[in-house]
Write a protein that binds this ligand. Structure first.
Ligand SMILES: NC(=O)c1ccc[n+]([C@@H]2O[C@H](COP(=O)([O-])OP(=O)(O)OC[C@H]3O[C@@H](n4cnc5c(N)ncnc54)[C@H](O)[C@@H]3O)[C@@H](O)[C@H]2O)c1
Length: 311
């Protein structure tokens, strides 16, 4: 059945892939973005599709449109960008959630929130399960993002309890792929760009801190399944790749795959940087019959080709 679907943050990295996927399934897609970190380049290839519509709009202001489903992705995701204007980051998460939930309530739309593993902060349990409440600094430099996203989750669950809204909350762990911003400080894009330019690969700390990396196509599949899941399943559900790699391993892999002459340079660890991060995806496996299918080397290959063409 063709639906009218709103994607906020649709010109960003994940949003553009989501719009593309929804259009390929024949839906009418309304992409809303203020182009803070997203670009028209990301969605240029979709513009000729008559089912695709783009609106420049900031989600901190109310929006009145008629839609069947809402994917709420608007929010800068990398520390460089979300710390640039931290007050606006909190507003985007919190006011943005209020405005999109208000819209969903008015038009009786199902609404999905792109939440984040950052709601777990610097976790004391490993891997993280959805019932873990997190260890988050409320007054640090990452708090605008972490607490903003936590408050957005609160709003989603209160709209569900108070107004019986159909909500879906996914907690996204590090995702990578083509259309990531080349210099937003996220580790995969950073390493690839540095390796391709033959610059030093910067590792913060001793490189033993670990992360898991999910390829974008796997993540989009999970989002679509989540939106289509039975109405009493709200999440939150962890979406990510449980494969765990240290920063040092990733740097070495990228150097090898790009045949780069780059050396590794170590720098001090930034404040509140989590030491370990890995999703427990049992809930996603059980409720969505989902698990990632794309291994790191395959995903890196596609991402390296993208950045090669760009650079
Ligand atoms: N990529 C990841 O690894 C990851 C991990 C966890 C959570 N997420 C979440 O997924 C969503 C998308 O992330 P991304 O990686 O595509 O980041 P991105 O920065 O590429 O995309 C965010 C998009 O939102 C837009 N935006 C920002 N503020 C806005 C506002 N006030 N009004 C309208 N549009 C606004 C930006 O211009 C951009 O197009 C974000 O909510 C992010 O928190 C991403």
């Amino acid at each position: 059945m063709t639906k009218k679907i709103l994607v906020t943050g649709g010109a960003g990295f994940l949003g553009s892939h989501l719009c593309e996927r929804l259009l390929s399934e024949g839906h009418d897609v309304l992409c809303v973005d203020n182009y803070f970190t997203g670009t028209k380049d990301n969605i240029l290839h979709l513009m000729s599709n008559p089912k695709f519509e783009v609106m420049r709009h900031d989600v901190t202001f109310p929006l009145y449109v008629e839609v069947d489903e809402i994917y709420n992705l608007a929010c800068p995701a990398s520390p460089v960008h979300y710390q640039f204007d931290p007050v606006q980051t909190t507003k985007t998460s919190v006011h943005g959630a209020i405005n999109m939930l208000g819209l969903a309530k008015r038009v009786q739309a199902r609404i999905l929130q792109a939440s984040t593993s950052e709601v777990y902060g610097d976790p004391e349990i490993h891997p993280q399960t959805e019932d873990y409440w997190g260890k988050v600094n409320p007054i640090g430099i990452r708090s605008c993002y972490d607490e903003g996203k936590r408050c957005a989750e609160t709003l989603f669950f209160d709209y569900w309890r108070q107004h019986a809204l159909e909500i879906k909350v996914v907690r996204i762990f590090n995702t990578y792929g083509p259309r990531m911003h080349p210099n937003d400080g996220r580790v995969v894009s950073n390493f690839i760009v540095q390796a391709l330019k033959g610059q030093d690969i910067t590792i913060y700390g001793d490189g033993q801190q670990t992360r898991s990396f999910c390829y974008v196509d796997d993540l989009i599949e999970a989002m679509i399944r989540m939106m289509g899941s039975h109405s009493d399943f709200t999440g939150p559900v962890n979406i990510g790749n449980p494969g765990e790699f240290s920063m040092l391993q990733l740097a070495e892999l990228v150097i090898r795959m790009t045949s780069s002459k780059s050396k590794i340079a170590f720098r001090p660890l930034p404040q509140d940087d989590p030491k370990q991060r890995r999703p427990d995806i049992t809930v996603a496996r059980n409720e969505l019959s989902w698990e990632p299918t794309i291994v790191l080397e395959t995903g890196l290959e596609k991402t390296i080709s993208y950045f090669k063409a760009m650079i």
